[in-house]
Design a protein around this ligand. Structure first.
Ligand SMILES: [Zn+2]
Ligand SMILES: [Zn+2]
Ligand SMILES: [Zn+2]
Length: 104
């Protein structure tokens, strides 16, 4: 679902907790960054998704509208990833913030 912006690694570990922030660490290069969402103003009531509450260390972010963690990837392209909230059906755009590059 998520690749490291620096090395492209797919082993991204969620290092904090939802009540604090969405800080993640890349297992390959140790870069850290937050996965956040912004509202797109769109809602999708058509797409069938099954989004479970994620495991504690899986890459996670919250719905920009309601804060739910039950998010599924709606589409992902080279310059944007759209997430669909299983609770309120809002479409959120994934953004990477607070990027701190690792040492590799
Ligand atoms: Zn990396
Ligand atoms: Zn935190
Ligand atoms: Zn929502």
């Amino acid at each position: 679902m998520i690749a490291c912006p620096k090395c492209g690694g797919k082993e991204i570990v969620y290092s904090c907790e939802p009540k604090c922030c969405f800080n993640h660490v890349c297992a390959d290069c140790r870069s850290t960054f937050e996965l956040n969402t912004v509202k797109t103003g769109q809602f999708d009531h058509q797409t069938a998704i099954s989004a479970e509450e994620p495991d504690s260390s899986d890459p996670t972010t919250g719905c920009a509208d309601c804060g739910s963690l039950r998010m599924a990837v709606l589409s992902s392209g080279p310059d944007e990833t759209l997430l669909l909230c299983a609770k309120c059906r809002a479409v959120s755009k994934l953004v990477i913030e607070e990027f701190v590059p690792g040492n590799f």
